[in-house]
Design a protein around this ligand. Sequence first.
Ligand code: ADP
Ligand code: MG
Length: 274
Amino acid sequence: MVAKDKQNRPIYQDFDPEAPETTEFRRIFTRISRRGQTEKMRSLLFTSSERGEGKTTSASMFAMVAALHQGLRVCLVDADLHRPRIDKLFEVSKEPGLAEILGEELSIEAALKATRHETLQVLPAGGRRPFPSELLIPDRLAATFSRLKLLFDLVVVDAPPLLPVSDPAVLSREVDGVAMVVRAGRTQRDVALRAKKILDDVGANLLGAIVNNADDVLPYYYGHSYYQYSGYGSDAERSEKEKEEGGRAPRGGDAASGRSAKARSRARASRSSG
Ligand SMILES: Nc1ncnc2c1ncn2[C@@H]1O[C@H](COP(=O)(O)OP(=O)(O)O)[C@@H](O)[C@H]1O
Ligand SMILES: [Mg+2]
């Protein structure tokens, strides 16, 4: 399952076309492309309030579904210049990439990386810079995204979180739509609302929320659309991960954790029976 990527395991190795989360991403894709008939939805950015909510996982899953199931020519861009991870998940070199393109050292074509899927290419983050946010100059971003849209049917952008850095706010103005990932049982409501306000203030086209780990607690949603995909990964993997992240307990409180255990066993039961 995808959650095993905590060791940066290549995400496509675990990509299961029949898995519940893949199905959810197909639904998300359908809903977003329906909107695309009226507004041009050719570049889509994934962000969230904080770290570890599932932006990279969601962007990768979405890109794979669009490329593998819908047959679109897709470019997955690692625009998290602070904590890039797409290169590891897709086993491509990290450099050169977006940093070099924005630094005007390289053409886009020279930085694109092929993946094992013919329809999916990756634009990795590129070389580490001391002040990566300074590379995000609106004119250059606009030029980069319009070139990418000429080369691909769909551009999927994995962005950093909204609260710690200004990057996603800047990036979100240069894409056609923004999806905000909310990790159920972890993202606090006021934190999510603060992040949403940042997007609203810059006039981002916020399409809706993707609720990650939605089996765990009651879904929280806002906006025009409501996207959801169920949690994945076994309990063992999950608690391993929690340990890895410094034992950070889910913020949902006792009631939420109680519900979560039940919901998880329900999810397991339905998976094993299906
Ligand atoms: N629903 C989930 N269940 C279990 N693990 C998850 C889930 N979503 C994400 N993860 C794991 O959490 C970690 C952080 O996810 P990631 O997508 O990198 O978050 P972000 O990009 O928002 O920082 C990764 O190890 C990922 O595999
Ligand atoms: Mg990430």
